[in-house]
Design a protein around this ligand. Structure first.
Ligand code: PBG
Length: 323
């Protein structure tokens, strides 16, 4: 029998496909990560993240301008400091590259949203995301320091802080310090469901934050767990998170969907370094079509429920979308 209902009718032309398309990817969906290093006039390609750069704070302004001109609303600033110690004290030094870059970008591009990654792993000599008390991570001591770091980013001009450390209670600690300091209008995007993932490897190389001993499994989440992600997200919202993030994105599409369906706050997904690097490497070998693969991936992340996508592909993808 010939079929009476034919789904293919709605695929016969580009025009009809556009009419029934359910998910529209846009440059306004993206946040672009920036890696800021000490020095001047530096723009050096990061070997493990081809197409991404280490930039000094003056050059960060130039890249930020490009981001803004492409219609991407926000950057996320990461830093490689001049010095490291066991407390990560360069993380709240107003003269560190992150604070300098935030300050300069805000001056030049007041409308670009500056989000900043708040963590200690790039700043501690042991490379962990918190500080130690003897053999163990000192969760409660770490959140006090993280709040101080967040405040220093906000004082430099950040519009939104993004704690990525996964310490318990850090969102509340940051909220309290910001509010006490007159920054009740500054928002928090928490890395709420952040998994202990193998996909962060290129980032750790790029940001110099590989742990010097052990791993992050005692504070980042077990990739096998989904209910626990909902618990983490609920806690962060209770503590005052304005936006919650799921990280990584591609292997965690189910988590993005569950978080989207279970809560009302905006959901961000971090399309992380290893996900970017896999596509880049395969494209460089000529094994896949980069543009189609990237746009399909980002559309998939949005379709899964992400309102915001933090991605190293942002600049290129925004260019492709505007063609
Ligand atoms: C810092 C931090 C990491 C990433 C973002 N912030 C590394 C980690 O937790 O090990 C990963 C980002 C990426 O892989 O693109 N804690």
């Amino acid at each position: 029998m010939t079929p009476y209902i034919r789904p293919q009718r709605l695929r016969v032309s580009a025009g009809i496909r556009a009419m029934v398309r359910e998910t529209q990817l846009m440059p306004t969906d993206f946040v672009y990560p920036l890696f800021v290093v000490p020095g001047k006039e530096i723009k050096r390609e990061i070997p493990v993240l081809s197409g991404q750069y280490h930039v000094s704070s003056d050059m960060a302004v130039r890249v930020a301008k490009e981001v803004y001109e492409r219609g991407i609303p926000a950057v996320m600033v990461f830093g490689l400091p001049e010095y490291k110690d066991d407390q990560g004290s360069s993380a709240w030094d107003p003269n560190s590259p992150v604070q300098q870059a935030i300050c300069r970008i805000k001056q030049e591009l007041p409308e670009l949203v500056i989000t900043s990654d708040v963590c200690l792993c790039e700043y501690t000599d042991h490379g962990h995301c918190g500080v130690f008390k003897g053999q163990h991570l000192d969760n409660d001591g770490s959140i006090e320091i993280l709040a101080k770091v967040a405040l220093s980013h906000v004082e430099a001009g950040a519009d939104m802080v993004a704690p990525s450390d996964m310490m318990d209670g850090r969102v509340a600690a940051i909220r309290e310090v910001l509010d006490q300091s007159g920054y009740s209008r500054v928002s928090i995007m928490s890395y709420a469901a952040k998994y202990a993932s193998a996909f962060y490897e290129p980032f750790r190389d790029a940001a110099g934050c590989t742990p010097q001993f052990g791993d992050r499994r005692s504070y980042q989440m077990d990739p096998a767990n989904a209910r626990e992600a909902l618990k983490e997200v609920a806690l962060d919202i209770e503590e005052g998170a304005d936006i919650v993030m799921v990280k990584p994105a591609m292997a965690y599409m189910d988590i993005i969907r569950q978080v989207r369906d279970s809560f009302t706050v905006p959901v961000a997904a971090y399309n992380v370094s290893g996900e970017y690097a896999m596509i880049k490497a395969a494209a460089e070998k000529g094994w896949i079509d980069e543009q189609r693969t990237v746009l399909e991936t980002l559309t998939g992340i949005k379709r899964a429920g992400a309102d915001i996508i933090i991605t190293y592909h942002a600049l290129e993808a925004a260019g492709w979308l505007q063609l």
